[in-house]
Unconditional design. Sequence first.
Lengths: 229, 229
Amino acid sequence: MYKNIKVIAFDADDTLWVNEPYFREIEGEFAKLLSVYETENKINQELYKKEIDNLNLYGYGIKGFVLSMIELAIEISNTKISPEEITKIINFGKEMLNKPIELLEGVEEVLKLLQTRYKIILVTKGDLLDQERKLKKSGLMKYFSHIEVLSDKKEHNYERLIKFLNIDASEFLMIGNSLKSDVLPIVAVGAQAIHIPFHTTWIHEQISKEEENDSYHTISSLKELPILL
Amino acid sequence: MYKNIKVIAFDADDTLWVNEPYFREIEGEFAKLLSVYETENKINQELYKKEIDNLNLYGYGIKGFVLSMIELAIEISNTKISPEEITKIINFGKEMLNKPIELLEGVEEVLKLLQTRYKIILVTKGDLLDQERKLKKSGLMKYFSHIEVLSDKKEHNYERLIKFLNIDASEFLMIGNSLKSDVLPIVAVGAQAIHIPFHTTWIHEQISKEEENDSYHTISSLKELPILL
């Protein structure tokens, strides 16, 4: 299945390093901050709604997340929230942007092994500066011959990338934790994908069972990748 | 001077379309909002300081600008600012993100003319999604064979781009309104540059007189470009 691969593209957040749990952690802090106004469950639901409402405008990433939290805090508190509490929300964001990078198991060994046989690139979505900073902090930059930060991971984004790489779609293999962003659009454009689920997935990245299919492999750790190739 | 050019790169904001005046406009609104606490002059100075303090963390773009305004409003008001006023600041940002695109004079004619003889690309810095959206709104997408959004426009960013384009630095011509970002680093890496000053320049992009030199041309409008080439 993976015989003619020329380029292997890795997703970054929750594929190479921990990301989503930091959002969950801050969402918990945010709900605690607003707990006098609403239940934690309701706050989480409303925050997700607010993020989706703002997604077209802000895109993915921490800055948009912080702006959505501030907007929601003002609404949920019926404008009773204090400036000191808004400062706390701003500081949640700064804390997230300054987080150290925690690599997932096996990442460096696998990249080291594969780089001798394939062209390895990084394909991520979100905030350009934040993703560049995380890559720098990760120490993994030397393994990647190209870094592509996309505003979204839809079929047309991948088609453009594959065209730019000057290869056939069948020669492109994407590896990532999100079925919705890293696997299904890849399979749809005729490229290949391997899914490595991560224990925490943002609702926005979740898909229904029936969208799953057998045109890709699922492995439980990056360490299983070399055996598949 | 411009005989061996293979790729012409255009900056976007204030080179192809109006951008900086929108920031000035919102800075004015912001100062008015805080006018009970401080003079407009002092607020402008402090906002610039705050943006520079946050630049490493937030990067360029409207979302970081809004977060800096909120942070400063809380500080300058000594936490007296109301949630309603913070909502106004959030809406300043949304208004900016939704602005229509106003092309500068001659842009479309010049791109149409040059695309037959050169590879034309767009090289801008800032927020990925916002820049992509502006390009889409501008109707200019069809003229560019490649879009590069950089997290910054320093020498190393340009070196990497020129290497990626697989050309010699001397075959690369950059056109833009910022001496600091579009011209001086370009000349420093051995590529060529043409400066088109715009009437409004952010202080951060301004340079001292002695940094100017004669290794690039200055024209007053994009319409003069074809004559130079």
